[in-house]
Design a protein around this ligand. Structure first.
Ligand code: PGA
Length: 257
């Protein structure tokens, strides 16, 4: 069965409560007829309930941008998986901004993956090499290490539910998207083949692998034309209903063609 394409909007630390609810309502209208593409919006924690309410009864889903390694407990200021249940279906884990600024390790991300799966949430696991690693020719090694560590002890039964997002750090928010062929090579020849090694060919065929990093309405089709890229994790371009909506409709048109 073909993998359903997925457009995930990562709003990062943007939008007030009212702005988030308003944007969600606008996007809901804009993408209403496009459910051949899975659409997930990931607002900040503060806006999760408002966005969930704005999207209620639609087929647009909600995701969180992070969560703690533990389900609940004495961690002042943190959000655990238990608190996300009923609010979201997905959770972004291991985004490079969290790896860099919040010092998240592969081991932390692995604990979060297990916590998410246990809570019935779908992890969107982010991996990606930085500029220095890219220059040194270490991309495949870095991605292999990050995926293997994030998925340690995840069963073959749970693995197909995961989403993996390949986001080269140097492409995020820079306007310098990766070359689509290169991104497809990492998604296919590195990540999907690794999934076959870690699990089996069926899991590798089922798992969805997204590309992220400076995607926009002008370049999305070139990524979605690639066999091993199943969608996008979209930052800046997801902050407008017009650009996000255009990316979803271009993708829907592409798969119908
Ligand atoms: P960008 O962000 O689309 O603004 O480059 C992508 C991301 O960080 O997920």
């Amino acid at each position: 069965m073909a993998r359903k394409p997925m457009m995930v909007g990562n709003w990062k630390m943007n939008l007030t409560l009212d702005q988030a609810a308003g944007l969600a309502a606008d996007i809901r209208t804009r993408v209403a007829a496009l459910d051949r593409v899975e659409r997930i919006l990931c607002p900040a924690f503060t806006a999760l309930a408002a966005v969930r309410d704005a999207l209620a009864g639609s087929t647009v889903g909600v995701g969180a941008q992070n969560m703690h390694t533990d389900a609940s407990g004495a961690y002042t200021g943190e959000i655990g998986s238990q608190m996300l249940q009923g609010l979201v279906t997905h959770v972004i884990l291991g985004h490079s901004e969290r790896r860099t600024h919040c010092h998240e390790t592969d081991a932390d991300i692995n604990r979060k993956v297990h916590a998410a799966l246990q809570a019935g949430l779908i992890p969107i696991v982010c991996v990606g090499e930085n500029e220095v690693q890219r220059q040194a020719g270490e991309t495949a090694a870095v991605i292999t290490q990050q995926v293997t560590a994030a998925l340690a002890d995840v069963s073959g039964g749970a693995a197909p539910r995961l989403v993996i997002a390949y986001e080269p750090v140097w492409a995020i928010g820079t306007g310098l998207a990766a070359d689509p062929d290169l991104a497809n090579t990492v998604c296919g020849d590195v990540i999907r083949i690794l999934m076959a090694d870690l699990y089996d060919g069926t899991v590798a065929e089922q798992v969805r692998i997204l590309y992220g990093g400076s995607t926009n309405p002008a370049n999305i089709e070139s990524f979605m034309a690639k066999a091993d890229i199943d969608g996008a994790l979209i930052g800046g371009a997801a902050l407008s209903s017009d650009s996000y909506g255009t990316m979803v409709s271009l993708t829907a048109r592409q798969i119908a063609a």
